[in-house]
Design a protein around this ligand. Sequence first.
Ligand code: GDP
Length: 443
Amino acid sequence: MALEKLGKALNSALKKLARSSTVDEATIKEVVRDIQRALIQADVNVRLVLQLTKTIEKRALEEKAPAGASKKEHIIQIVYEELTKFLGKEARPLEIREKPTVLLTVGIQGSGKTTSVAKLARHLQKRGYKVGLVCSDTWRPGAYYQLKQLVEPFGIEVFGDPNEKDAVRLAREGVEYFKNKGVDVIIVDSAGRHKDESGLIEEMKQISEAIKPHEVILVIDGTIGQQAYNQALAFKEATPIGSIIVTKLDGSAKGGGALSAVAATGAPIKFIGVGERIDDLEPFDPKRFVSRLLGMGDIEGLLQKLEELQKEREFKEEDVEKFLKGKFNLKDMYAQLEAMGKMGPLKQILQMIPGLGYSLPEDAVKVGEEKLNRYRVIMDSMTEEELEHPEIINYSRIKRIARGSGTSVKEVRELLNQYNQMKKMFKGMDKRKLSKMAKKFNF
Ligand code: GDP
């Protein structure tokens, strides 16, 4: 998940509050200090942190809890509200109003621009838009092939010519090409050779003149932390039609700094990059983001994710039901693991369920492609009865299965361990909450 470390630190500050027996001035000050520390460690600008925490402290000390809410709940609400404001308050979704809508992407080399263009194309395609990509990077011939390779599996076409030297011409021709083809969205990817903001903005102006995009999207590397401020500010000042994608928010210790710095410029953050795979792009909504960050759970986010899954038909209804009930055999486990590989770790989804928070063991839900293939080979050597009732698999059966599949006893055991671990995990979940959810989503 994005900003995991920051989320954990904020979550533990709030847990401390929840555990304390009284809520007095000293308690509030301690929570505020914990929040300050967490934000500064995530490279959030110190001045911004002080402003934010001062407001939180002031409100927590002065405001009365609304009827029906405890003081603790009220403080958590204040922290949630202020952090949400801090990150831009309202979601500013990308809107596709005209056909075709032309988008231009800019970004410094290495920012994750090419990957983000592919992710964005896929995101729009999943929502029913026909998308065409134009690669106008004349500096790096590899850019065209990289983009092509990323989107080809999804049937998205890339216009480009690695031998062409004139980026503006390429952009113009590409847009014409896709206009004639009748696509809904054209994304023009520009070169990423810029060293600084001025090079980037110069190129944006040149290509913008030629293709008149509806929106220019700047891709910013989230790992640069609060340094993102200057880039975002220069960009915001240069174009009124600009929006931003902040990438690499998975695993970056400085992601909080980047996100808050960009938000501080007032430039709209429309998406965040949360991984290397094509589906690791999330529309940015400060409310949802903060509630997940704080570990408060997020029904809305969960709903959206599940909706997408259903759309893709990678997760059948009965699978979800079995999963929610914790009833499943080896065949189901394989289907689950396979689906998870496609949709991102199950953990991401479970994290959105209120009350579950961070309690899941990583390796219980995540297996690599290679391991999955090995599981398939092993399972091919099992009988139908063994697949449906794995508890009957004793040592002599394990030996037979290992021999039959050309694997080892250790590997068969590993598969069974994974199965037991997953089964245990589902058993340990709060059934009441899960079934309530299942009802809510009509499973
Ligand atoms: P470009 O030079 O700006 O076009 O950058 P690329 O798209 O080639 O990305 C540079 C590197 O960053 C690649 O290894 C990408 O896989 C990686 N990357 C891009 N976005 C993300 C992200 O959101 N998370 C992670 N972990 N890696 C990313």
